[in-house]
Design a protein around this ligand. Structure first.
Ligand code: GLV
Length: 378
């Protein structure tokens, strides 16, 4: 892993090791991928302000998220199907996050179940929830997350219908999944991946299989999930969720100031400024463009987290400078997972930590609390 010097190295390694359908599921965005690309382009367009001759010894990247100490202003974002990037992917990523002193978010659409992960790690993790049509099932997911003492519930609010991902359709990542000859040949040509997935606990949606009657195989599960997107989803449902969940609630997927104002009124502990990694409304602004007005409107009443395009410590610094408390990162660690399992996720976090630390030194700041617009050059 030492030769992996940046997230792009991990991405290239993941591209070689993971079957194309799963690699592109994580890597891609919706439609023309304009928003996916804007997330990166707009972050890269923010120049940092070099300062010199400032004593920057004794720096620290430590801070708090939702009042909990973290070693770095970063949490691993919820990503579906991590266990298809590497066997037991969710468990490995959670272990790497915890060892690094940052939160891990388990997706509803994970391969390892809530209980699998809880039994394999010794600290609480966050759980991401979709509100599905079957509210009884949603309630049972919340109860299961509470039973294993998940420390926050991350409610995804931007996916009541799925943005089309052209790459997924072309790769047969559809409902039901298409087991084309090309996919099978591709998988067969990735022996390390095959071995890790064969050794993993599961190869289907662990939170759902065995918990919904008759839903055991991948085909019936994918059909069930596709029928569960709920177009009626509204702020009333957020209230309902808040009533069911006694712990900290995070609303993920806010991109508009008016929605941020509504979110701040729900009593949620935090919101995540996010366009779902450019996977939903193509043509929506980049997350970093959406961040400052949201911070200005509600930053004093709700904690503001950020995701969308984070590939480096410099990016984390940019988001914090514009008012985020911390960032979530999905693809960066998923590339690490595909490239090398737990060691790859550890490497991804280390890369971002080192880059943030050096960027702090070179912009003349010693603590996360000191990062503000003064570190921005333009
Ligand atoms: C699900 O959240 C996805 O973006 O695929």
């Amino acid at each position: 892993m030492k030769n992996m010097t940046c997230i792009e190295d991990l991405r290239q390694a993941a591209r070689r090791r993971v079957p194309r359908a799963f690699y592109e599921y994580a890597d891609g965005g919706s439609y023309a991928e304009q928003t996916l690309n804007a997330n990166r382009k707009d972050l890269e367009g923010i120049n940092l302000r070099q300062r010199v001759l400032v004593d920057v010894s004794n720096r620290s990247t430590a801070t708090t998220i939702l009042g909990e100490p973290v070693s770095l202003p970063l949490a691993l974002a919820p990503i579906g199907l991590c266990g298809m990037q590497h066997g037991d992917g969710e468990i490995l990523a959670c272990r790497a996050a915890h060892a690094a002193g940052i939160p891990f978010t388990l997706s509803t659409m994970s391969i390892c179940s809530i209980e699998d992960v809880a039994a394999s790690v010794d600290k609480p993790f966050w759980f991401q929830l979709y509100v599905m049509k079957d509210r009884g099932f949603v309630r049972s997911l919340i109860e299961r997350a509470a039973a294993v003492k998940c420390s926050a519930l991350v409610l995804t609010v931007d996916l009541q219908i799925l943005g089309q991902r052209h790459r997924d359709i072309k790769n047969g990542m559809t409902v039901p999944p298409q087991w084309r000859l090309g996919n099978i040949v591709d998988m067969a040509s990735k022996p390390l991946w095959l071995l890790s997935v064969a050794r993993g606990k599961r190869r289907t949606f662990g939170n759902i299989a065995g918990h919904v009657r008759g839903m055991e195989n991948f085909n019936s599960l994918s059909h069930w999930i596709a029928g569960q997107f709920d177009e009626t989803l509204s702020w009333k449902d957020v209230e309902w969720i808040a009533d069911q969940w006694q712990g900290k609630l995070i609303l993920k997927g806010i991109l508009d100031v008016d929605d941020a104002r509504m979110a701040a009124k729900t009593g949620a502990a935090a919101l995540v400024v996010s366009n779902h990694g450019g996977r939903q409304l193509d043509g929506a602004p980049s997350s970093i463009a959406a961040l400052p007005p949201i911070v200005e409107a509600v930053g004093s009443s709700i904690e503001i987290l950020f995701d969308g395009g984070i590939r480096s410590g410099q990016d984390v610094m940019r988001a914090i400078a514009l008012g985020a408390r911390a960032c979530l990162s999905g693809r960066a660690y998923v590339y690490g997972l595909g490239a090398g399992g737990q060691a790859g996720v550890t490497r991804a976090i280390e890369i971002i930590r080192n880059e943030l630390d050096v960027s702090m030194a070179l912009t003349g700041v010693k603590s996360i609390g000191e990062i503000d617009r003064r570190v921005i050059a333009n």
